[in-house]
Ligand binder design. Structure first.
Ligand code: PMT
Length: 401
């Protein structure tokens, strides 16, 4: 489908190993109707040749600020004005630093300075370089200037390290471009999301928790930002990076999550309760580590009920947000989900069968059925990012109907 028909994308390639993916990226963008003009840094040409990029883009590649022939055909100011979007991929630590400090010491950085087109930056570098305070501050500077930061992904790197710093895959960048021009149905709205597990302390070193990784809730937060919402995420203890553009508050126990949510909820249009909140907590937390006693074969912990966070929000009388819950079920999914929808006074519930392998807790994928009073919609197995987008699109439709 020509989702990018007529869009002019200036692809600025930096000198990183991920530059080789730019041939595929260019082809995918063109397949969707975009026109792509490639500009390369000197270092980028060490990783992929201008000839390759010319062949796939169908246009001569620009790489020099001081080339009279190139300036005669499309000068750098013309190029800067031509673009509907400048996409910097891979954006190395060096390229990001030069742009953050406003340098114009090659064609690409000069174009960035000379253009008023929106700029998207897809960072790609070694994980340590990415985590470096200088890089983080430079990325924050670009964001403050309104540039879009797409990625990076986390995982195994070309140098053998593992961590954040991988350039997004070509298809993910294509999707970012599509999202960039897509309607933003949540523009002007604020979304509050809970994610991850809670931890209910038994003593100073032990707690009761569950297998929630936070992936579903974090994917919802990322999708909410992409769809234009201002987004607050209340996260239980998880080891996930905060999605770009999301404001995150960390909590540990259900009581802390409850207090934080109740403080934030009145100023939000939508609340999505994706966290796997402990229904009960130990009645008291031992001040010292509980000792094992040889005489005791059994141990009993007395538990008390936690407040139901999503029900508390759904029953607010003032400034109540559109309230969406999740139902994690292992049997009779539709029946239990609909009961929770009614009993907790929700507007919508996202039911997932967590007994099926490859979805639900701690998986990268999920399949859910959305229920609301008068209807339902099934979302078949897909990445949690995709499911999150579909859930939010459905919410957007419901609140505007
Ligand atoms: O985090 P991941 O590894 O990505 O896994 C995602 C998930 C399986 C955790 C997620 O998709 C999910 O199902 N989340 C809800 C888990 C859950 O607690 O479900 P429940 O059926 O027990 O609770 C129903 C609803 O009440 C949920 O919206 C829950 O957030 C809410 N609740 C429950 C108890 C409580 N004390 N307060 C609540 O707000």
């Amino acid at each position: 489908m020509q989702t990018l028909a007529g869009k002019k994308i200036l692809l600025g390639i930096g000198g990183g190993i991920a530059a080789y993916k730019c041939a595929d990226l260019t082809r995918r963008l063109i397949e969707r109707g975009a026109e792509v003009q490639v500009v390369m840094t000197r270092a980028a040409k060490e990783f992929i040749t201008p000839l390759t990029m010319q062949a796939v883009s169908g246009k001569p590649v620009s790489d020099s600020l001081l080339d009279p022939a190139a300036e005669a055909s499309m000068g750098h100011i013309e190029l800067a004005k031509w673009a509907d979007l400048i996409l910097l991929a891979p954006a190395t630590a060096d390229l990001i630093a030069r742009i953050a400090s406003g340098m114009g010491n090659d064609l690409l950085t000069t174009l960035v300075l000379a253009s008023d087109a929106p700029i998207a930056v897809s960072p790609a570098m070694n994980q340590q370089m990415y985590r470096n305070q200088a890089t983080q501050e430079n990325i924050a500077t670009l964001q403050k200037r309104g540039m879009h930061i797409w990625g990076p992904a986390s995982g195994e790197q070309a140098c053998g390290d593992i961590g954040p710093g991988r350039m997004l895959e070509p298809m993910q960048l294509v999707e970012e471009c599509e999202q960039f021009w897509a309607d933003k149905p949540l523009k002007g709205l604020s979304v509050l999301i809970t994610a991850g597990p809670t931890r209910e302390s038994i003593d100073p070193v032990r707690y009761i928790s569950n297998h929630s990784s936070g992936k579903m809730g974090f994917a919802l937060a990322q999708a909410a930002v992409q769809l234009g919402a201002s987004t607050n995420l209340v996260a239980g203890p998880v080891s996930l990076d905060t999605p770009v553009g999301v404001n995150r508050v960390d909590v540990a126990s259900a009581l802390e999550m409850h207090n934080t949510v109740m403080q934030y909820a009145p100023s939000h249009d939508i609340f999505i309760s994706c966290a796997a909140v402990a229904d009960y907590r130990p009645e008291s937390i031992a001040e010292q580590k509980i000792k094992k006693k040889d005489s005791n074969e059994h141990m009993t912990i007395s538990m008390v009920k936690n407040p139901d966070i999503v029900a508390s929000v759904a029953n607010m009388t003032d400034a109540r947000p559109y309230t969406v819950g999740f139902a994690a079920e292992t049997q009779d999914v539709a029946h239990y989900a609909r009961s929770k929808l009614t009993n907790k006074n929700l507007d919508m519930i996202c039911a997932n069968d967590v007994s099926i392998e490859g979805q639900g807790f701690n998986s990268n994928n999920n399949a859910v059925t959305l229920y609301w009073k008068e209807g339902e919609q099934s979302l078949t197995l897909a990445s949690k990012q995709k499911i999150a987008q579909q859930i939010l699109m459905c919410i957007a439709e419901r609140i505007s109907s």
